[in-house]
Ligand binder design. Structure first.
Ligand code: PLP
Length: 285
């Protein structure tokens, strides 16, 4: 069966899902996206993703074409129509297609809303057991990384460099500190068992998985510090890991070819992954 996508009010076969060449998402990257995981046919931490969507569109003065409640209904309908068990729902909203290409916001143009799904067994992904290698690259992005904009060229280049190095992620570096991964938040566990992850701010995307993991760790009285860290500190750490909607919690076993800890996923990473999977299953909608 051909996958079904959603485009501006209609559920259509993926091959027929089209938007205009004048769409501002295409011309200017004038749009916002979100990705929510699906486990056992249910959306994971979706309220958090939709809250971030509302915040992101607010920051660029883009009005959603549907209510948040309706967007969740569409997400669920799409999961159902695709018989999706495990994977993710991608959604994107752009400032729509005007009659030409003017930078300033168009008047009377309806925003574009599209969604599609993809299949991934996140819980049983092989890299969850083995961990991943990461490389480091300079962070080339703009100054409002807290907005989940579809302008992802810097991440495309970063993740292509990672792919060419057979690495699973690229960690982006600015002023000697790790900002975040190409599509993930970064964590380390120091030798004295403090979990460190960079504080939120305009330098990084406020990861939904990061937020949940920090809260789950705090609830268990684990020590957490939200501050920037360097690659040297990560290499001297006991463990390192990344979080995102599409990997949950994933061990990082080397950085630029140098081992982190003993070069294997560590017990704290494994524990946080289990805790997150339990939380995901218990709160899925
Ligand atoms: N940081 C960046 C730059 C991302 O693109 C992503 C996800 O795509 C994340 C962090 C992780 O965010 P989340 O946990 O909400 O998926």
């Amino acid at each position: 069966m051909e996958p079904i996508a959603y485009v501006n009010g209609a559920f259509v076969p993926l091959s027929e899902a089209k938007v205009s060449i004048l769409d501002r998402g295409f011309l200017f990257a004038d749009g916002i996206y979100e990705v929510a995981a699906v486990l056992d046919g249910k959306l994971i931490d979706n309220a958090s993703h939709l809250a971030r969507l509302e915040r992101s569109v607010g920051e660029i003065a883009l009005a959603l074409p549907e209510s948040i409640e309706r967007i969740q209904e569409i997400q669920k309908e799409l999961v159902k129509r695709n018989n999706l068990v495990n994977g993710m729902v991608y959604l994107e909203v752009t400032r729509g297609a005007d009659t030409g290409r003017d930078f300033a916001f168009p008047k009377g143009v309806k925003p574009t809303l599209i969604m599609f799904t993809s299949v991934k067994d996140i819980v049983n992904a092989p890299s969850a057991r083995t961990g991943i290698d990461v490389i480091t690259v300079p962070d080339l992005r703009w100054a409002r990384r807290d907005i989940k904009s579809v302008a992802l060229l810097a991440q495309v280049l970063a993740k292509q460099a990672a792919a060419e190095a057979n690495a699973g992620e690229a960690w982006m570096i600015e002023d000697g500190k790790v900002t975040e991964g190409g599509s993930s938040s970064c964590f380390i566990l120091t030798q004295d068992d403090v979990i460190v992850t960079r504080q939120n701010g305009s330098e990084i995307l406020p990861g939904c998985t990061r937020k949940a993991v920090v809260k789950l760790a705090e609830e268990r009285q684990l020590r957490i510090e939200e501050r920037a860290f360097s690659v040297e500190e990560a290499l001297a750490a006991k463990e390192a890991f990344i979080t995102s909607a599409t990997v949950f919690v994933q061990a990082v076993v080397s950085i630029d070819g140098k081992k982190v800890g003993n070069g294997k996923p560590g017990p704290m990473t494994d524990r946080l992954r289990e805790i997150y999977v339990d939380f995901a299953k218990a709160t899925a909608v």
